[in-house]
Design a protein around this ligand. Structure first.
Ligand SMILES: Nc1ncnc2c1ncn2[C@@H]1O[C@H](COP(=O)(O)OP(=O)(O)OP(=O)(O)O)[C@@H](O)[C@H]1O
Ligand SMILES: [Mg+2]
Length: 188
């Protein structure tokens, strides 16, 4: 495929709920400018406040496919997903490389108290745009969250895909079942 002159930038927004991801994503949407893909908006539009977890991965997979295609065509993209796992970030950084795009991990740290204040205030003021979160959930999520390391933040080394997967593309299509395993490194 003919590459755009300037490689597109794919922003991976990383952080716990209430960290300010969508706020930052909306800033980048204007300043980059970039196509902003926020799964919560799709999830709410499609399923209301049921927030079915099994549908979440399917929604995200199609948004990734769409965003990667847009980036391939030269449009900057913001994935406002949260990306708690390092493998998720490695997979998308690797896929970005296969389509000739650059990627940037944008990490928004937040401490527990501030997080609790923000999600409580937000749910009280805009309940139709957000999901309710309990204190127990906030604590559990913090334990699961893998903060990005220096290599990810600097955009340097991408670790190899787990040995039981042929590539990060194969890994990603298992993680997000609606994302086809179509990404490969171009032959030199
Ligand atoms: N830098 C900031 N300082 C103070 N408040 C902020 C900041 N960024 C966002 N907020 C406020 O915190 C709340 C959560 O912000 P936002 O919706 O952007 O977070 P989020 O990470 O997208 O959350 P979620 O994961 O639930 O989608 C909002 O009420 C927002 O106005
Ligand atoms: Mg958000």
């Amino acid at each position: 495929m003919l590459r755009p002159l300037e490689p597109a930038i794919i922003y991976l927004i990383v952080g716990l709920p209430g960290a300010g991801k969508t706020t930052r994503a909306k800033e980048l949407e204007l300043s980059a400018p970039a196509l902003r893909l926020t799964p919560d908006e799709w999830q709410l539009a499609l399923f209301g406040d049921q927030n079915p977890p099994d549908k979440r991965d399917l929604v995200e997979g199609k948004l990734i496919q769409l965003g990667m295609r847009a980036a391939e065509l030269g449009t900057n993209v913001v994935f406002d997903f949260g990306f708690w796992g390092k493998d998720e970030r490695s997979a998308l950084r690797w896929i970005a490389g296969t389509i000739g795009a650059r990627s940037q991990v944008v990490y928004l740290p937040i401490d527990h108290e501030e997080q609790r204040k923000r999600v409580t205030t937000r749910f009280a003021t805009t309940p139709h745009e957000t999901f309710q979160m309990s204190d127990v959930e906030l604590t559990q999520w913090r334990l699961q969250f893998q903060a990005p390391d220096e290599e990810e933040l600097q955009g340097t080394h991408i670790p190899p895909a787990p040995l039981d997967h042929a590539s990060w593309s194969a890994w990603a299509s298992e993680r997000w079942p609606s994302l086809p395993d179509i990404y490969t490194v171009a032959a030199e």
